[in-house]
Design a protein around this ligand. Structure first.
Ligand code: CNA
Length: 357
């Protein structure tokens, strides 16, 4: 998403093959995204797949072998993590207390450098460890177990895809994660054991190295903020993966953030595209006369994924796996609560004891 370009205009641009997509997540010169699929011909194509029943048949008859799943915050809402843009419950509607100049500022790198408080406060809600993967996450793991997952591209920062046991090679965390943290100024890496208590307490953590030489700078988890580049892995793998893909499933995203939102366009013209979401987004041609391969399942991510698991004869497996892991996490959280009391202060003190002000 380029903040100066409306979503409708951006969707129109997606449909034009010769357009380079720009991103407010990636302003670097390396940000050029792959072009949309080039494997299609210009001749009229017959209908490939336009209903969820037809997608179910693809799974039932084992006709798909290279499935790509693209996920967004909507895949995690049933775990208890709010998304960004759902009116009322989304994080953007609940940021008044931080007095941000605009909602996206909470994830804006330039804003963060001087005002880290809002992000740290929000982190208390998003931090991995509190929530368990949903049925939809376990459906993705099922695709992996069945050997038909080419890749899962996630915009999420909650780490729930990986928590199911999905192999890291199969996962592209396009907007980064909490797995490591660095100073925004000197890039010093800070251990999770140090930064996590600060994030849990919602108290901005000052870089001890910068503080030592009299500079003030804050540490940020390696989440890709607006104004930062996406990981190289995203660019590298998306260049080749989407050409091989024989079904792309987009789940729980408003497709508002580029270049990620352009991914469903990189598959060939013959590749079916399934959107599982509460609203129609992106440039899915669902309901249009010229639609030959787009499918829209309007509803909850978990329900849509269970329909597909059912077609594979694995619905109960997904339900059982999800429940078992949810119970384990609940028990673990109860144990943790019993054994630890977290300190809360205004600003976490650097371990070196160096004065930052
Ligand atoms: P978004 O813009 O908030 O869109 C979410 C979409 O999911 C909307 O279209 C909703 O209608 C839909 N939706 C919500 N709940 C469900 C559900 N249960 N079933 C089906 N559809 C549902 O979020 P995006 O992911 O599109 O935006 C990209 C941002 C969100 C990324 O940069 C993330 O880092 C960021 N984010 C991540 C998390 C997380 O990691 N869980 C949470 C909040 C925001």
């Amino acid at each position: 998403m380029n903040r100066n370009v409306s979503k409708d205009v951006q969707n129109l641009l997606d449909m034009l093959e010769d357009v380079t997509i720009s991103s407010n997540r990636n302003t670097s010169a390396t940000s050029r995204s792959p072009r949309s699929g080039d494997a299609g011909s210009d001749t009229e194509l017959e209908t490939i797949c336009t209903t969820i029943e037809e997608v179910q048949a693809l799974f039932r008859e084992k006709k798909v072998k290279n499935v790509i799943v693209c996920t967004g915050a909507g895949i995690s809402t049933s775990a208890g993590i709010p998304d960004f843009r759902t009116p009322g419950t989304g994080l953007y509607d609940n940021l008044e207390k931080y007095e941000l100049p605009y909602p996206e500022a909470v994830f804006d790198i330039n804003y963060f450098k001087n005002n880290p408080g809002a992000f740290y406060a929000l982190s208390t809600e998003l931090l991995p460890g509190l929530y368990g993967p949903t049925l939809a996450h376990h459906f993705i793991k099922l695709l992996y177990d069945e050997g038909i997952l080419l890749r899962c591209y996630s915009q999420n920062i909650d780490g729930l895809e990986g928590l199911t046991g999905l192999h890291p090679d199969k996962l592209v965390e396009a907007h980064g994660s909490f797995s490591a943290s660095h100073c925004t100024r000197c890039r010093l890496e800070i251990d999770n054991e140090i930064i996590f208590p600060a994030l849990r307490a919602g108290t901005p953590y000052k870089c001890p190295e910068c503080a030592r030489i009299g500079r003030e700078s804050y540490v940020k988890p390696d989440i890709v903020f607006f104004g930062e580049s996406l990981p190289d892995r995203f660019h590298k793998l998306s260049q080749t993966d989407f050409k091989k893909c024989d079904l792309v499933i987009v789940i729980g995203t408003s497709l508002a953030v580029y270049p990620f939102a352009g991914l469903p366009n990189y598959v060939s013209k013959e590749c079916p595209r399934l959107l599982i979401n509460r609203e129609l987004v992106g440039n899915f041609r669902h309901g249009r006369k010229d639609n030959i391969r787009d499918v829209f399942y309007c509803g909850n991510a978990d329900d849509g994924c269970l329909l597909l698991a059912d077609a594979m004869g694995k619905k109960q497996t997904v339900i059982d796996n999800q429940k078992k892991q949810a119970d384990d996490i609940k028990n673990q959280n109860t144990e943790n609560q019993k054994s630890s009391k977290l300190p809360k202060s205004d600003v976490t003190t650097p371990p070196s004891g160096a004065k930052s002000e």
